[in-house]
Structures are given as C-alpha cells and as structure tokens.
Design a protein around this ligand. Structure first.
Ligand SMILES: [Fe+2]
Length: 329
C-alpha cells in the first residue's frame, strides 16, 4: 500500500490570466461550494484549486512515477482502467505495472469520492473512464494533429460514444517544479457561435445541419457493440452516435483549420503550478496543453440526466440549434 501526503501543501498563486474568462476559483470549504462548483462546471468553466483538494501520493511515490514511467511508455499515456483493473500504456515487469495501478486506482477513488460528495446527483450516474499518468513533456510531442494536445480543441467521443453524456476530467500537476500551461479560446457556447458554420455543423442561419438523435439503425449498432462489450469491455470504444459524430466534426475542424488556429479571439493562457488541480467538462471548454510534464488525469463520463444545469450541456446547446427559430450564429 502506498503512503499518501496530506493535501495541506502551501497554496500556490492563481494561474495568470489576462481577463476573467473560462476559469473559476472556488474555495471547496465554502458553505455554498457545491452549488457554485456545479454551476461553474456545468456552464462550461474550468474550476481551479490552488491546492489539490484530494490527497496525493507521497513524494517518494511521485518521484518513482516521474523517473520510472517516461522510459516505459508505449502509448500516449499510462492508464488504469477500473473495468478489469487493467493498466495500459506501460512496458515493464509486473511489479511496475502493479505499483502504478495501485497509485492510479487510489487517486481515481479519491477523485470520485470528492465528486460524489460535492455533486451527490452524480452518484450512480457516472461511468468511470480511466485514471492516467501523463509522463511526457507536452511541448513538442510531435503527435498527429488529431492526437495532439497542443492544438486548441473540444473533446469528442471519449471511449467510443457518449451520446450526449458529458466528459469530465480532473487534472493534477504532479511536477515538483514546472507549471502546466493551458490555453483556451472560450467555451462551447463561444465555439458554436464563432465556428459552428465554418465547421459545417450549423447552416448560415445558425441552425443545426446534422441530426444528433439516434435512428433505429444507430440504436441497433449500439446494441451490437454493447453485446460485444460484455465479452470484451474495450469493445465500447467502437460505439458511435450522431451526437458524437457532430462533436467529432467540431473537434477535427478546430485541429485542422488554419483559419481557426490564426483566430485569437477569446484566447487565454493559464499556468497551473505544481500540485494545483483543476476540473472541467472537456467537451464544453476549448483547451490545449501547451507545456508541462507529469500530470494525473481522471476521466469520468457523467450522464446528462444527472446534471443540475442541463441547458449548458453540449447536447442541449446543439438541440436548441436544431429547433425552428434558433438564433443566428
Ligand atoms: Fe482534450
């Protein structure tokens, strides 16, 4: 069993941002913290904690991850998958895999505990995705554009299809010295308004051009994937839906379009200091990891039916555009 540090490390200063944009800082001990966190998250803001609000592995364990894992990486990240308790992305002997899995599982449990205490409605309404350790310096990773974290984008289709459920991510910078630097150009509301038409998902009058509800054929396909996934949980990643294809189109536009890359409207950069944490629905806030090495990243899929403020969900924002009289972009 790993020993864990008390989260009571010195608070870091807030990340520098040139204006109030998509970042919210909320004291988790405040009396109204739950309501404020739920509203900030669900209305597509990053919730930032100068001091990580869950316990972190102790220094020796973190140093082990930082020194041992970069040379053993064989995928983009090293991930713990709770279904089947598997660790992927790592080359090495069983001891390294087991120790890494223990650390990631414990962090995942701690993050899930924090979420369920803060947002009780989410309990029983979440699919736990993964808990990952990101061991590589983000700057200059030379990944293909669609896999690159350095390009500003909105996440789409995590682990197959979400069908409108939301992609929640909790990040901790576990680099002892270096900030993790993010950029954003705004939330999904901004992205649809500015880029929905050039991305091809809205027509010139701002109306949704694509269907986001499943047809009978889509339901049949998902049922077949579901049957396969009972034999092999990884089969879930094969699933798709009209909603996910729409979001994927926006994601790909943001990573492929030169016009989008040159357009700096709403651009902000954030510096997340060592041992700070932040959480965000990454399907609702545009983001890029510009630099930084060593982060813990937990992904949880939250049912859109459990949301306190469902009107801000990507599904609702798109559905509003599909109705007659949707406002022009
Ligand atoms: Fe992302």
């Amino acid at each position: 069993m790993e020993s864990y540090r008390d989260p009571d490390v010195s608070p870091a200063p807030a990340p520098a941002a040139d204006r109030a944009g998509v970042l919210s800082q909320i004291d988790p001990a405040a009396a109204d913290a739950s309501e404020r966190i739920a509203l900030a998250l669900e209305s597509n803001h990053i919730v930032y904690f100068p001091k990580c609000p869950v316990p972190l592995p102790d220094d020796a364990t973190l140093e082990y991850l930082r020194t041992e894992l970069p040379s053993r990486l064989k995928l983009k990240n090293i991930s713990y998958h709770p279904e089947g308790a598997r660790v992927t992305g790592i080359e090495g002997d069983a001891t390294v895999r087991e120790r890494t899995g223990e650390v990631l599982k414990r962090h995942l449990d701690d993050v899930a505990g924090l979420l369920y205490r803060t947002m009780p409605r989410w309990r029983g309404a979440c699919r736990v995705g993964t808990c990952s350790f990101r061991p590589i310096q983000e700057q200059g990773r030379d990944l293909k554009p669609h896999a690159s974290n350095e390009l500003v984008h909105i996440d789409a289709g995590a682990y197959g299809a979400t069908s409108g459920d939301r992609i929640f991510r909790f990040f901790v910078n576990v680099n002892a010295r270096e900030d993790r630097v993010w950029a954003s150009k705004g939330n999904l509301q901004d992205m649809l308004e500015r880029y929905g038409t050039p991305a091809g998902i809205l027509d010139l009058s701002g109306r949704l051009r694509m269907r986001i509800d499943k047809s009978l054929a889509d339901h049949a396909f998902s049922a077949a994937v579901g049957a396969l996934a009972r034999l092999n949980p990884l089969a879930h990643t094969l699933d798709s839906s009209p909603y996910d294809r729409t979001m994927r189109r926006l994601h790909n536009y943001m990573k492929d379009s030169e016009d989008f890359r040159r357009d700096m409207r709403g651009y902000e950069e954030f510096r997340f200091p060592p041992y700070s944490a932040w959480m965000v629905f990454t399907d609702g806030v545009s983001h890029a990891s510009l630099s930084g090495q060593f982060a813990l990243v937990t992904t949880i899929i939250v049912s859109r039916r459990a949301l306190e403020h469902p009107q801000f969900s990507p599904y609702a924002l798109l559905a509003a555009r599909s109705r007659a009289g949707a406002s022009a972009a």
